[in-house]
Ligand binder design. Structure first.
Ligand code: SAM
Ligand code: SF4
Length: 328
């Protein structure tokens, strides 16, 4: 079992996009929960006083859209300045990134992952649920700003959905040829939109790889991360291609992460709702920190059993939270 040392922190469950696979319009309901978010101070004290003593050293800020969180730059700075922090990263849709890329880098952000599912503005707007002026250009400007301030490598996440963006796989893969960009193809998970998921709404990574192999060839890459991606490369390309195949393959035995939702629930497995701990209530009721650490370390011991290992399209859609609420 790998060391569990990576915490993904959702800063906010709200988003300025409504990606069909993550936050379909019906999910507007979720804001009705109106849960109180952890404050910035609570996030820092959980990291410093609870997670770092338990051996956590890698942190990723996500959401919802983390750039909507007031004070996100200061939060990055505070996490970066904790002496034990080895890695601080962020996942964003890039819509607000153009102005924030430099301040985030100055605050100590080391790595950034950006979601980009299409290079065609109309398709992009359809996927993100935008009916007004296209949002593609501003998103692309955000991506270029991150590249220009020096986030290197830059990772772009693509969720491949049949009938929506599957025809663009080669064009998206080609982004890795001239720049050190890492394009990561993610299999769609049946969280958030069971209707869109249908019978089998994910495309196997192997199908995507074979399209790419036929066009350019595909070599194994010597770049390895601590994440779930299998990494390859178009021969002579500057960047790489990653495949996150949580539906067609099970990588639970490599899982080194837990998730903290914006309203303070600690979740040991993305695909299983068992075993969550309400850290916000614990903190606010003045629980003893040693007791909280103990409770979490017990949970971490159980994580291999909690990790959800079944993979099929028949998942019954009983997830009570969307990816944006869990902090995907
Ligand atoms: N708003 C930010 C963004 O889109 O990058 C951060 C949060 S988003 C929930 C994090 C990642 O989860 C994105 O890369 C998104 O594509 C992915 N995601 C959301 N719903 C998903 C689903 N049902 N299956 C697979 N990936 C999903
Ligand atoms: Fe928002 Fe990210 Fe979910 Fe899209 S994937 S709706 S950008 S949280």
């Amino acid at each position: 079992m790998p060391k569990i040392d990576y915490l993904r922190i959702s800063l906010i469950d709200k988003c300025n996009f409504r990606c069909q696979y993550c936050m379909p319009e019906v999910a507007d309901l979720i804001y009705g929960l109106n849960q109180e978010l952890l404050t910035n101070q609570e996030i820092i004290s959980l990291i410093r006083d609870v997670f770092i003593p338990l051996g956590f050293t890698k942190f990723r800020l996500t959401g919802g859209e983390p750039l909507l969180r007031p004070g996100v730059v200061n939060l990055v700075r505070e996490i970066y300045q904790l002496p034990e922090t080895e890695d601080i990263a962020l996942t964003t849709n890039a819509f607000l990134l153009e102005k924030l890329a430099q301040p985030l880098m100055d605050a100590g952000l080391k790595r950034i992952n950006i979601s980009l599912d299409s290079l065609i503005p109309e398709t992009f707007d359809k996927i993100i649920g935008n009916r007004g002026k296209s949002r593609w250009q501003q998103t692309w400007q955000g991506i270029l700003a991150a590249h220009e301030v020096g986030f290197d490598p830059l990772k772009l996440n693509v969720v491949v959905i049949p009938g929506l963006n599957d025809r663009e796989v080669l064009n998206l893969a080609a982004l890795s040829i001239d720049r050190n960009w890492h394009i990561r193809f993610i299999e769609f998970m049946p969280i958030g939109n069971p209707e869109l998921f249908g019978d089998k709404a994910w495309i196997d990574s192997e199908d995507i790889r074979s399209q790419i192999r036929q066009k350019w060839g595909l070599a194994e890459s010597n770049v390895t991360g601590n994440g779930p991606a299998d990494v390859f490369k178009i021969p002579n390309a500057k960047g790489t291609l990653g495949f996150i195949s949580q539906m067609s393959e099970c990588f639970c035995d490599r899982c080194n992460r837990v998730r903290l939702s914006a309203d303070g629930w600690l979740r040991p497995c993305l695909l299983n709702e068992t075993g969550q701990i309400d850290l916000k209530t614990a903190l606010r009721s003045g629980v003893d920190i040693a007791q909280l650490q103990n409770q979490i370390s017990q949970l971490l011991l159980l994580k291999p059993e909690i990790n959800f290992k079944e993979r099929d399209s028949g998942t019954d859609g009983t997830y009570t939270r969307t990816m944006s609420q869990i902090g995907g």
